[in-house]
Design a protein around this ligand. Structure first.
Ligand code: AGP
Length: 592
């Protein structure tokens, strides 16, 4: 995923572009760049690596331009380099362009251009776009964009400046997010509202196949050659994240916000000890659901696994989970009355979007970002309303996803009268107590901090547990890997002895989760590890290295993941790593 921004202002756009790119950096940080029009020329600055490098390169540059575009890159085609950094420039230096997305037929288009002796300086699909525009351009950018949209295959959000239209920025959108923001004396284009929160709360989301332009006082949107009437919407500040405040990183901030996310979802959907989904369309199909398919990637796949457990345990509905990138290539036995649940924090994950054509029944999104590409394609959405999640490693969104899965599972089980009224009430009461139990963990976790000082020097870590504990191990292991770069692996504790135990020695640490009712079995697996000089850090409700509050068996995933998130945070701090922007990653992966 990349971040793009454009601005037509009444004064210098330098600070607006750089500030906007700072807020977009979570979308990718392999390189960054800006282009603007000044004294009849398009001027461009680019830097490899994080945005600070571009800031240093331009800090003494006086930019007297009121129109410009900017880009943060997460490399897809071509390594992070100056030649591959955006903005990309036409050979006649009269067009500059930034792009978020991936062009699937760029090589075919490149062949056409090479046949016209067009030269290329880099390896990206984006450079092909700007040179194709140069090839077809006859003076009217809107005509060129209409043609371009018929030629390109893939996903794209484009901001483009043309030297012969020095007061406008042109745009084209399909498959990647793009919005227009309206300020006092300026108009913006951006990948998300977060990047513009200091300048406006009036936004208009561009739809697929729409194109047009902005200037500092107006804008126009077109589709298939027709003008489209559009209006700005006011977005409350809750949807635009607050500043970092007292935390050292967004990861820390978002771990601490998790309990509030859970509480908000519960408060909004539980009235008078009853779960209320009456305003959702899902309510109309719930009685006929015969099977559930859950799809996600990364952490969202891990919450899908827990969702499967919930629906089969409470609702007795056969459920299956798929890693979204695998789903289109997996032999699936089609069944009737299927509920597809697509789980995604960003709602922009290409692997998930690519599954859509195969989903021929009711699609429910569990998504954080409203108006995201995926959410617009769902039959219904549970929006987490967790606020923007900036840290690349997801934490509060993961817990928000689980909360909705629990609510839906309990709701269906009660509706189908599969659980007693007493059990229904006890589940609701216990769920309502979870935010406070998470607060206890957040207020008291010195053992985790101390352990992070030990684990930081290890190269290999195992996470073991049984049943639901194992599913939490999967998420805990991903957190440790992506934030601390320590290799780790989650394995069912009963499986260890079937081969992997050969890796155990004094240089391996194992984190054992012992909250399930199978804890005694895992305790014997711990003995097997320790008898081979392996070291173990246990997390349970008592007599463990770190004790968490107790809860109902089914809810332990909501509690156990919090110390594991904190462990990853503190270990990365100890290793002095970039907490919110781990190497090679991006917040949402918009390429397959
Ligand atoms: C989570 O910490 C990772 N950053 C990653 O696995 C993420 O969960 C995955 O890319 C899916 O993203 P999504 O939830 O936005 O679809």
């Amino acid at each position: 995923m990349c971040g793009i921004i454009g601005c037509c202002a009444s004064s210098s756009i330098k600070d607006i572009l750089i500030n906007g790119l700072e807020r977009l950096e979570y979308r990718g940080y392999d390189s960054s760049g800006i282009s603007y029009i000044e004294n009849g020329k398009i001027i461009t600055y680019k830097s490899v690596g994080k945005l600070i490098n571009l800031k240093n390169k331009t800090k003494d540059i006086n930019i007297n331009s009121s129109i410009g575009i900017g880009h943060n890159r997460w490399a897809t085609h071509g390594e992070p380099s100056l030649n591959n950094a955006h903005p990309h420039i036409s050979n006649n230096k009269k067009i500059s362009l930034v792009h978020n997305g991936i062009i699937e037929n760029y090589l075919e288009i490149k062949d056409i251009l090479l046949g016209q002796n067009t030269s290329f300086y880099g390896k990206t699909d984006t450079e092909v776009i700007v040179k194709y525009i140069e090839y077809i351009y006859k003076g009217n950018p809107l005509d060129s964009l209409l043609t371009l949209n018929k030629v390109l295959k893939g996903t794209y959000a484009l901001c483009i400046i043309f030297l012969d239209h020095p007061n406008k920025i042109f745009f084209l959108k399909k498959g990647s997010p793009l919005l227009i923001g309206k300020g006092k004396e300026e108009i913006y284009l951006s990948s998300d509202i977060f990047s513009l929160q200091n300048y406006t709360n009036l936004f208009l989301y561009i739809k697929d196949n729409q194109y047009g332009y902005i200037s500092n006082s107006t804008y126009q949107v077109f589709e298939d050659g027709n003008y489209i009437n559009t209006n700005f919407e006011k977005y409350d500040s809750k949807q635009i994240v607050e500043k970092l405040t007292t935390y050292n990183s967004y990861l820390e901030k978002e771990i601490y916000e998790s309990k509030d996310v859970i509480k908000n979802i519960i408060t909004k959907h539980i009235n008078d000890s009853k779960i209320d989904f009456s305003k959702y369309k899902i309510n109309k199909v719930i009685d006929n659901i015969e099977n559930i398919v859950l799809l996600g990637c990364g952490s969202s796949y891990h919450s899908a696994l827990i969702g499967k457990y919930i629906f089969e345990d409470l609702c007795k509905i056969p459920s299956s989970t798929y890693i979204a990138s695998e789903f289109p290539y997996t032999p699936i036995i089609k069944k009737t009355n299927t509920l597809y649940i697509l789980i995604s924090q960003s709602g922009e994950t290409a692997d998930l979007i690519s599954c859509l054509p195969l989903l021929d029944d009711f699609k429910l999104g569990i998504i954080n970002v409203k108006n995201s590409s995926l959410s617009l394609k769902m039959d219904d959405n549970f929006f987490l309303e967790a606020g923007s999640e900036i840290s690349v490693a997801t934490t509060k969104a993961y817990l928000g996803q689980l909360t909705f899965l629990y609510l839906l599972g309990i709701y269906i089980a009660n509706k189908k009268q599969l659980i007693s009224k007493e059990y229904y009430l006890s589940l609701i009461q216990e769920l309502e107590s979870i935010p406070n139990k998470i607060k206890q963990i957040l207020d008291n976790h010195q053992e985790i901090k101390d352990f992070s000082n030990i684990i930081k020097d290890y190269k290999n870590v195992f996470f073991i547990g049984r049943n639901l504990d194992y599913l939490t191990c999967l998420e805990g292991s991903l957190k440790l890997k992506e934030v601390t770069y320590i290799h780790s692996e989650a394995i069912p504790s009963g499986e260890l002895k079937h081969g992997t135990i050969s890796l155990i020695d004094q240089d391996v640490y194992t984190i054992a989760l012992l909250s399930s009712n199978l804890r005694n079995k895992t305790k014997s697996n711990i003995k097997e590890i320790e008898s081979r000089k392996g070291k173990v850090f246990s997390i349970s409700t008592n007599d463990s290295n770190y004790n968490i509050p107790s809860t109902l068996e089914i809810f332990y995933p909501l509690l156990q993941i919090v110390p594991l998130q904190l462990l990853s945070l503190y270990t990365a701090e100890n290793k002095k790593l970039d907490i919110d922007k781990p190497r090679n990653l991006a917040k949402s992966v918009t390429v397959e």
